[in-house]
Design a binder for this molecule. Structure first.
Ligand code: V47
Length: 362
């Protein structure tokens, strides 16, 4: 029989929660209770610290060969309204301002362009690394890596090695969506599936690359698909150990087919907070839980710090994927981030991409 005291004992003893216990937590309405348990795990790992970094997103192209029905960002060809593709040599000038403001990381992801070869993506990295050698390049999701494998006939490992030579320093966690095929076949059937997505991260971890992982929730999935997803990530982490951060991504319903089908229904605040807390409890071997403020809004991301989250991402600057899907806020200054963290009662800590602490703002 599952109950609060059994789960609470396990959390206090740092014992792993089962799939069934994860599901049971999703069925509970006492979100404060779930949050308190998540805070036990969060405080054990991070005390009162909340991390942020100074980063800038770069989305080199929005032209994409795939048709994921939740995506508002993609265009099917260069000719479609709103389509854009930056040539590698155009990018440094676009981001120089952010570099001058002290940005330390570029988060680079984009469409799977049907006509550009692998060299385009290598050139994006090479150009940025040449121009800004001190900036960390966190680039390309597992889905993009698998697309490059298809383009080149190389293995995932060989693709990653070539990207590393061109300047790749780590990988973001996108493209995981919901692994369970009952859902995945309805929202992104063309994308790398669970096995492939995990195999790419496995290959990256074995090359010494740190990566992140995500879950897209709040659309047609059920709690069991969320818990299945978390357990799959946890099992992969047991094997290869290179995930740094988990980010639960709430579905944004504006301007995409899935959103229209669901009558533009947004996730609720309670669901967002509950999902955050349960992810902290289930993912006992992934060190950080990110409250991605672009996705949650800064206000709810701040609340999430009391529900298991210990990281607020960063300054971000020029985000497209969420903005196109209905998010309103595009950038936060370092001062704003620090203020949000302090006002919630935590200590802001600036980190680099791989979680070295750069400055503790006590
Ligand atoms: O994989 C796309 C999601 C992801 C929508 O690694 C949507 O540090 C909601 O992965 N509504 C990309 N979500 C973003 C991402 C990410 C973000 C921040 C930090 C990190 C990190 C990674 O965005 C996609 C997809 O799951 N997404 N469209 C939408 N309409």
């Amino acid at each position: 029989m599952m109950n609060w005291s059994g789960i609470s004992e396990k959390v206090h003893a740092s014992e792993r929660l089962s799939y069934e216990e994860g599901l049971w937590l999703f069925e509970q309405h006492d979100v404060i209770k779930i949050g308190k348990l998540a805070q036990v795990a969060r405080r054990r790992l991070h005390g009162n610290k909340v991390y942020f970094n100074k980063n800038r997103h770069i989305n080199p192209t929005n032209v994409c060969a795939f048709h994921c029905n939740f995506c508002s960002f993609a265009r099917t060809s260069d000719k479609e309204d709103g389509a854009y593709t930056y040539m590698p040599e155009q990018i440094p000038d676009r981001v120089r301002g952010a570099v001058n403001q002290g940005v330390r990381e570029f988060h680079i992801v984009g469409g799977l362009h049907p006509e550009l070869g692998f060299d385009y993506y290598l050139d994006v990295l090479r150009t940025l690394k040449r121009e800004f050698p001190h900036i960390h390049l966190k680039a390309f999701t597992a889905v993009e890596i698998d697309f490059f494998r298809e383009l080149t006939g190389l293995s995932h490992t060989e693709v990653l090695q070539q990207l590393q030579e061109a300047g790749l320093d780590s990988m973001p966690g996108g493209g995981a969506e919901i692994f369970h095929w009952d859902i995945r076949k309805k929202i992104c059937p063309e994308k790398a599936n669970q096995e492939v997505w995990l195999a790419v991260h496995d290959a990256a971890h074995r090359l010494g690359l740190k990566t992140n992982c995500t879950m897209l929730y709040g659309h047609i999935e059920k709690p069991e698909h969320r818990v299945h997803h978390m357990v799959a990530l946890r099992e992969q982490q047991d094997k290869s150990g290179g995930f740094q951060t988990f980010i639960a991504l709430a579905f944004h319903p504006e301007d995409n087919n899935l959103g229209r089908k669901l009558n533009r229904q947004w996730t609720t605040g309670v669901d967002d907070i509950k999902t955050m807390a349960i992810s902290r409890l289930m993912l006992d071997n992934i060190p950080n839980i990110k409250a991605y403020w672009v996705m949650l809004t800064p206000a709810l991301a701040q609340v999430a710090l009391n529900f298991g989250a210990n990281d607020m991402d960063g300054t971000i600057i020029e985000e497209h994927i969420y903005k196109d899907a209905g998010a309103r806020r595009e950038a936060m200054t370092v001062e704003e981030l620090k203020e949000f963290i302090r006002a919630a009662g935590y200590i802001p800590v600036e980190r680099d991409t791989v979680y070295n602490e750069l400055e503790v703002f006590a």
